[in-house]
Design a protein around this ligand. Structure first.
Ligand code: SAH
Ligand code: TYD
Ligand code: ZN
Length: 406
């Protein structure tokens, strides 16, 4: 039985399997190795609505819980990005009296803190209790639940409808998108706006950034597939804006159908998607080959460096790195440890291949010969502050868009 598209029920076409994968953010202790959970990470394209999606889904409670490892505020650049977004929403979309802003996946309050600080009525929906608690500590009203249509009804009856509904790097995490879209439709005022952003399929195809593919990312959106999804719920995409963050994201602005003028940027981006071939199966066959090539080149480089006796350390224990290390087979004999500034990850081991994760001080106090830039999406921010590593003769290894020593 072929898998069906989670959006339009058409049989989907798998184009790449990464094999057995653990939970991407499941950093763990040695006593947990024996019971580690694995699934098959496989990605498919829907020939009807264009939605690229996983074929197998990990239970949400296995990924989002009271020990969730991703804290949004670890990147200064991202903090600035979301401060800008908050400013944009405030000045352009909150005209009326006593406006109300809802955000899903509000995490540690990186965005909503700016509304809280300005005394604007807001509500964060964040199922991971540890990060939700950090947000509350910043004065951000937070409900520790998973968003869906049922919760949307509860919010409307308790708080009324929203002027703005936000979501960054969360919409793509939710397999039951129809329930989410139906909930947003209920929750948005007639003049309200949904603004969300996620890693963009066009960038993944263009840069072979296959590490965006992991359990949490159930979907890889394009303007075409998003238009189709929200079109089925009486809404439409009224604006889109490419974002540099996370290696190439797309911001979608969506409103009730007919409520707002549609920017020309929407059609322009759809035309770009067409010329990139995002609607064609051949594009995904090609992507699959590029992914294999990237793996082979990275492994060749790492084995050569090992042979030369060089020390290689990973920089940033990203969830994305779980796909790279497990798919390529990068073990602790090739990468000594991964440096990360997030306390909850430190002292643990990376999912699947069990590379030790150590505090940043371990990197800074004894520079390796090479740093494998797992957090390549924060490359500018990181390289700007690591001048001393390079001055000491250290070199960066990246694998997006190509495997290269920088
Ligand atoms: N918006 C933040 C966090 C992204 S990580 C940022 O861009 O940095 C994704 C977050 O979505 C996690 O904190 C996770 O707990 C949350 N999440 C996952 N499923 C959700 C759902 N159904 N409803 C609301 N939040 C969800
Ligand atoms: P990120 O790429 O934002 O997310 P994902 O897990 O979704 O792939 O993760 C960045 C990780 O890198 C995070 O664990 C924090 C860490 N990090 C550092 O250790 N140093 C840094 O300077 C930055 C920017 C991030
Ligand atoms: Zn479909």
């Amino acid at each position: 039985m072929p898998n069906q598209c989670l959006v339009c029920s058409t049989p989907i076409e798998p184009f790449h399997s990464f094999g057995r994968m653990p939970i991407a953010n499941g950093f763990l202790l040695p006593e947990q190795f024996a019971s580690e959970y694995f699934f098959e990470l496989k990605v498919a394209h829907c020939p009807a609505c264009g939605m690229v999606q996983l074929t197998e889904h990990v239970d949400r409670e296995k990924m989002f819980h009271e020990n969730y490892a991703f804290y949004s505020s670890t990147s200064k650049r991202m903090a600035e990005h979301f401060e800008q977004l908050a400013e944009d929403v405030r000045t352009r979309h909150l005209g009326g009296k006593d406006p109300f802003v809802v955000e899903i996946g509000s995490n540690d309050g990186i965005t909503l803190q700016h509304f809280a600080g300005a005394g604007i009525r807001h509500l964060g929906i964040e199922p991971s209790a540890n990060v939700a608690e950090v947000a509350r500590g910043k004065g951000v009203q937070t409900v520790c639940r998973f968003f869906d249509e049922a919760l949307a009804r509860e919010i409307v009856s308790e708080h009324g409808q929203a002027d703005a509904f936000l979501g960054a790097n969360v919409m793509c995490h939710i397999p039951y998108l129809h329930s989410v879209a139906a909930g947003i439709r209920l929750l948005l005022k007639p003049t309200g706006v949904l603004i969300y952003e996620d890693p963009y399929l066009g960038d993944i195809v263009e840069k072979t950034s296959y590490d965006q593919i992991y359990d949490e990312h159930a979907f890889y959106f394009s303007v075409a597939s998003v238009s189709h999804l929200f079109g089925a719920h009486g809404m439409e995409v009224v604006d889109v804006a490419p974002q540099h963050v996370h290696g190439g994201s797309m911001r979608y602005v969506i409103a009730h159908k007919g409520a707002r003028p549609v920017s020309q940027a929407v059609e322009r981006q759809r035309a770009k998607e067409h010329s990139l071939g995002l609607h064609q199966p051949a594009t995904y066959k090609h992507l699959s080959r590029n992914i294999e090539r990237s793996r082979d080149e990275l492994m060749k480089l790492l084995r050569e460096l090992k042979h030369q006796g060089k020390r290689v350390v990973g920089y940033g224990a990203t969830s994305k790195s779980t796909t790279v290390t497990n798919y390529c087979g990068i073990t602790p004999d090739l990468v000594e440890f991964i440096s990360d500034t997030t306390p909850i990850k430190q002292g643990k081991f990376s999912p699947g291949v069990h590379i030790p994760v150590k505090p940043y001080a371990e990197f800074a106090s004894r520079y390796p010969d090479y740093a494998l830039l797992f957090a390549w999406n924060h490359g500018e921010e990181i390289m700007a502050k690591e001048g001393a590593f390079v001055a000491a003769g250290g070199k960066w290894i990246s694998y997006v868009p190509k495997v290269a020593v920088l």
